[in-house]
Ligand binder design. Structure first.
Ligand code: RIB
Ligand code: CA
Length: 311
């Protein structure tokens, strides 16, 4: 997705998380993007753990992408952490704990976008607390963002954190509401398309003979056992890589303009992404929802790129 052969400048806002780790690997190895910053947010783990995990992944890749830590909790609610990624968010990886926390992710998001108006895309693959805070602090900022690609929500699929809510939105519905109502182009990759694309342990054998094979297999061992407890699938759900892949091949997606609002008040529906799907409904379109992603194309490119063919 290079813009006239130039790498697309992006910020990755993330809560590593096994699938976040794969998303960062995909983009770092893809040669398609210029990662201006990796900003961390609590979600799959505490801010300390997700930042330590991000530092480990960037080190594994030999990446020089700057790492800035951000929000340790949602805007208004207590932090709810995911369980499928294990105690520290990246079980199976030899992560050094207790690393530096810069605490300046929000300020960095603002400054990078302000220094490159109209150029920077944001890949949001964790709870949207950091981005929402940036928009609250600088109300002009959304108009200066090129686009957001968001892993989150579900249109018709059941939730994966509650009956109706996807984890990233469930954790911080107020932040998601700010982002979904902000005047910035948003591409949403919801559970509906993620649930259909599974990478099995044997799929990862494609990495055999590469430096990533051993660390990734060990991480996937833990992640797949975690996921299969909750989701009854025999493999890795790759939520975040499917959002990240948009920057590799946007033509692999079918997008539908939708009016999607965030439930912030419901007792049973907190964090639900509520789409206006009635034919006659008055739609105020605020997001382009991926209704289809070419899974075969994703899988082929994912392993080709991680095997290092692009390098
Ligand atoms: O619901 C899936 C999302 O929640 C992914 O981003 C995963 O990493 C977790 O953060
Ligand atoms: Ca994530």
């Amino acid at each position: 997705m290079k813009q006239n052969n130039k790498k697309v400048p992006i910020i990755i806002d993330t809560d590593p998380g096994h699938d976040d780790a794969l998303a960062i690997m995909l983009l770092e190895y893809s040669e398609m993007v210029d990662i201006k910053a990796v900003t961390t947010v609590a979600g799959n783990g505490t801010i300390q753990n997700v930042t330590d995990n991000a530092r480990y992944v960037l080190g594994l890749l030999g990446s020089d992408a700057p790492l800035y830590s951000g929000s340790s909790k949602p805007l208004k609610r207590a932090l709810v952490r995911a369980v499928v990624h294990g105690e520290n968010g990246l079980d199976g990886a030899p992560v050094e704990r207790g690393g530096k926390l810069t605490g300046d992710a929000v300020r960095r998001i603002i400054s990078i976008i302000r220094e490159n108006p109209g150029e920077i895309s944001i890949l949001a693959i964790g709870p949207e607390t950091n981005v929402a805070q940036a928009f609250l602090l600088d109300p002009e900022l959304p108009r200066l963002v090129k686009r957001m690609v968001i892993m989150g929500g579900s249109i018709a699929a059941p939730g994966n954190e509650s009956r109706v809510a996807e984890f990233n939105i469930f954790v911080d519905p107020e932040a998601a509401e700010i982002v979904f109502n902000a005047p910035v182009e948003k591409v949403l990759v919801p559970l509906d398309v993620c649930n259909d694309i599974i990478l099995t342990k044997s799929d990862f054998n494609a990495l055999k003979g590469t430096p990533l094979y051993e660390p990734v297999s060990k991480m996937m061992e833990k992640y797949i056992s975690g996921i299969s407890m909750n989701e009854k699938v025999k493999g890795a759900l790759v939520y975040d890589p499917l959002a990240a892949y948009y920057f590799v091949d946007p033509n692999a997606y079918i997008l539908e303009p939708m009016d999607v609002r965030i439930e912030t008040k419901g007792e049973f529906t907190r964090g639900m992404t509520v789409a206006e799907r009635r034919i006659w409904g008055m739609k105020d379109v605020n997001v382009l929802v991926a209704t289809k992603v070419d899974g075969g194309r994703f899988k082929k490119d994912f392993f080709r790129i991680l095997k290092g063919k692009e390098r």
